[in-house]
Design a protein around this ligand. Structure first.
Ligand SMILES: NC(=O)c1ccc[n+]([C@@H]2O[C@H](COP(=O)([O-])OP(=O)(O)OC[C@H]3O[C@@H](n4cnc5c(N)ncnc54)[C@H](O)[C@@H]3O)[C@@H](O)[C@H]2O)c1
Length: 369
């Protein structure tokens, strides 16, 4: 068997990271550096613990000494940087962790990567990649028309997107100033297995199945361009294997959905898979459909109206295109959450359930009265 190249994935125990690690472990030696914040779920990769090509390292990207020592010891051919605080609502409540991890942490990681990369032999130096996984939210909000592309000016609106924009700029600057071979990717909203239940799609699935209300911001008119996480992970692999140093690639799956329509689609799938009159948590409550649990709640402050992506460059230069159809991807996702109660229980316990109680359930309940 040919020797495997090594990739260091940061944030590999989170949603996209876990899906990416699962993909890369087929061909690479994977080192997963994760601080295991509330958003990580060790169960997502538990079956890889004994895999000979997988190593988990519990540390923060902001710990310069540990990151530098890790790079020297493991000698990665690429760093795929996903570690971040990623939930907009939390950044509105308190942006401190977002600045510490997304901005300061990315800077520390860049510095450690620069030191390591500078000492690589010529061939490996040219082939090395630092891939920064970012979001389309850095571009702000669209009106009814138009698309984000690689040339869209930055206009982040939330503290989360401002922190990601800042990290994008640092990554770009480390290429421009120091020659570090970086690639930046900006992707639209992901959905699929292993997503932490505070995010919209798992939140709606799990609230509905538990007979809790389904909180929809404002009038539910905001539009998101959804991409199945495996399509994103394939794009990320192509971006670090084939992407040109210094370039940016944006990814989206041409699947715009109005929030309220999306919630109705989830309800329709659940009505089919787990009908309300067969579910002990919804039976006998006068509901004909899970859609009866929908409640409109006060809009998120500064809520971006619409995101949509033109990924022509990625299609042309990386040979990438999304493969998952939205209806089948959503069905797979609903089925995954219903089939993995252990994972859900682990993700939904402790501090998260308190936060959830305070910010969603309580609000929806109160406003419904
Ligand atoms: N989810 C999306 O729709 C989406 C879309 C585009 C881009 N992104 C970007 O992709 C990346 C991954 O997103 P996600 O949804 O998987 O996030 P997530 O919140 O599910 O996971 C983040 C992971 O990072 C880890 N982490 C946080 N701080 C850390 C630190 N200081 N050191 C090491 N690890 C740390 C957490 O423990 C967790 O495992 C993020 O950078 C996010 O901005 C996400």
């Amino acid at each position: 068997m040919p020797e495997r190249k090594t990739v260091l994935v940061t944030g590999g125990s989170g949603f996209i990271g876990a899906n990416l690690v699962r993909r890369l472990i087929q061909n690479y030696r994977v080192v997963n550096l994760d601080r295991l914040t509330y958003a990580a779920n060790p169960l997502s990769l538990a079956d890889l613990d004994t895999h000979p090509a997988y190593e988990f390292v519990h540390a923060s990207i902001a710990d310069r000494e540990r990151v530098s020592a890790l790079l020297t010891r493991t000698q990665p051919d690429a760093i795929l940087h996903l570690a971040a605080e990623s939930h907009v609502d939390r950044s509105i409540e308190d942006a401190e962790d977002f600045i510490q991890t997304n901005v300061v942490g990315t800077y520390v990681l860049l510095e450690a990567a620069r030191g390591y990369w500078n000492n690589l032999p010529q061939g490996r130096k040219a082939d090395f990649r630092f891939l920064h996984v970012s979001t389309d939210e850095v571009f702000g909000s669209l009106g009814a028309n138009g698309y984000f592309s690689e040339t869209t000016p930055y206009a982040p609106n939330s503290p989360y997107s401002a922190s990601k924009a800042s990290s994008d700029h640092f990554v770009r600057a480390y290429h421009h100033t120091h020659g570090l071979p970086t690639v930046i990717t900006n992707c639209s909203n992901n959905y699929g297995p292993y997503q932490f239940p505070e995010k919209m799609i798992p939140l709606m699935i799990l609230n509905a199945i538990s007979g809790k209300t389904l909180p929809v911001y404002g009038q539910g008119t905001n539009v998101r361009d959804w991409i199945y996480v495996e399509d994103h992970c394939r794009a990320l692999q192509l971006a670090f294997e084939k992407g040109i140093a210094g370039e940016t690639y944006v990814f989206g799956a041409d699947t715009e959905q109005v929030n309220l329509d999306l919630v109705h689609k989830i309800c329709a799938l659940l009505d089919e898979i787990a009908p309300v009159d067969e579910n002990p948590l919804t039976r006998g409550r006068g509901l004909n459909t899970y859609a009866g649990l929908i409640r409109f709640v006060t809009d998120r402050p500064g809520h971006d109206q619409r995101y949509a992506i033109d990924s022509a460059k990625a299609r042309r230069e990386l040979g990438w295109s999304p493969r998952e159809d939205f209806e089948s991807g959503l069905r797979k996702t609903v089925e995954w959450y219903l089939s993995n109660p252990k994972w859900v229980a682990q993700a939904s316990g402790g501090a998260y359930s308190e936060w959830m109680q305070k910010n969603y359930a309580w609000r929806a309940h109160k406003e419904a009265k």
